[in-house]
Design a protein around this ligand. Structure first.
Ligand code: PHE
Length: 346
């Protein structure tokens, strides 16, 4: 009987590799453990063997059954793999790239930044940059923003601890470091580092102590513009910004300059646009940026003679432009890293 069991197992294991399909497997399995199977026949003999031999035989039978189960499992797994491979048309190669072939894309804010900078580039502006960590002087004083201005309040701006050390923006001993609340500090850095005429746009990250909601984010992005030359006038401001607006929002877009106030421009305006075909926002005046002529005080602060030089400046939020262009109703979508949102701009 022991010999019979050994034969059954070794025959099964040498027959198994030839089994290629499920019906073949079923026949094979039935021939061993089915009602007329060879293993079943051996098990039936248990009834007729002497009592004292039963435990030893039981053990042998169990071992043989376990070996058969392992052969069945292995054979079935091989058949299933082959079935799957046949469905796919070829064997599975786990080293292949994911069948999801999405190759990545620029973030919608980067797309708008590049589009806007590209438009100004064609109008003769080059790109300038400045640090996100600024000193009070670059962010406020040099921009003619007095000590009692609300932007200088702890409630509006993110100041850094007094012992902060930063090498890219050296400060005076009694000055504070802050995360820049606007990109206008790059106006000052640029005017100090090059001679006019100057025509730059400065894209970058800005920070304010805003409570996050659908239209506010403590971290957002702006594009600053500065043009310093002789006899820069309001006509230049209007024509540069009008060309920009028409390129982004189409030729049917109207613009208006609405009087406003910024400490570093005089006169100052908000530019509004009105576009006929912009979904729910159609035909409504929408604010898109602050702008104006550079205040003579600012020119003096950077050592330029205000009688000789003049300028225009503007600053817009990249998020705001992107929300208008794409009809996005919540600024938080930009930062959630949800591919279902982002892929719409691929
Ligand atoms: N810095 C201003 C702001 O953050 C925008 C601005 C830039 C206004 C340049 C005028 C000129 O709101």
């Amino acid at each position: 009987m022991q010999q019979q069991l050994a034969n059954i197992v070794s025959e099964a294991s040498s027959a198994a590799p030839a089994i290629k399909t499920r019906p073949e497997f079923e026949v094979f399995k039935a021939g061993l453990v089915g009602s007329k199977g060879s293993m079943t026949a051996v098990m039936k003999l248990m009834g007729s063997i002497p009592k004292e031999e039963k435990p030893a035989m039981g053990k042998l039978i169990n071992e043989a059954k376990q070996k058969l189960e392992a052969i069945f499992a292995e054979t079935l797994a091989r058949i299933e793999d082959a079935e799957l491979a046949a469905k796919l048309g070829e064997p599975i190669d786990p080293s292949l790239p994911s069948p999801d072939d999405f190759a990545g894309m620029r973030h919608p804010l980067s797309q708008i930044r590049e589009e806007v900078c590209g438009i100004f580039h064609r109008l003769g502006f080059t790109i300038a940059e400045g640090p996100e960590l600024e000193t009070e002087w670059f962010c406020f004083d040099a921009l003619n923003t007095p000590a009692n201005h609300p932007a200088r309040d702890m409630q509006d701006t993110l100041f850094l601890p007094a012992d902060t050390k930063a090498t890219d923006a050296p400060k005076k001993a009694d000055e504070a470091y802050l995360l820049r609340s606007h990109t206008s500090s790059v106006q000052i850095r640029t005017m100090l580092s090059r001679k006019p005429p100057i025509r730059i746009v400065a894209p970058g990250r800005c920070f304010r102590r805003d409570t996050v909601d659908a239209t506010h984010s403590a971290n957002f992005h702006q594009i600053e513009g500065l043009w310093i030359d002789k006899n820069v006038t309001l006509k230049d401001l209007k024509s540069v910004l009008d060309s920009f607006v028409r390129e982004v929002f189409g030729n049917a877009a109207e613009t208006r300059l609405r009087p406003s106030f910024f400490p570093f421009t005089e006169p100052s305006f908000e530019m509004d646009i009105r576009v006929p075909n912009m979904g729910a926002l159609s035909n409504r005046w929408l604010e898109i940026m602050g702008c104006g002529l550079v205040d003579p005080k600012v020119l003096e602060n950077v050592g330029l003679d205000a009688n000789e030089w003049s300028g225009l400046a503007f600053g817009m939020g990249i998020e705001r432009i992107a929300m208008l262009v794409h009809g996005i109703d919540d600024i938080r979508h930009f930062y959630a890293n949800d591919l279902r949102f982002l892929r719409q701009f691929a």
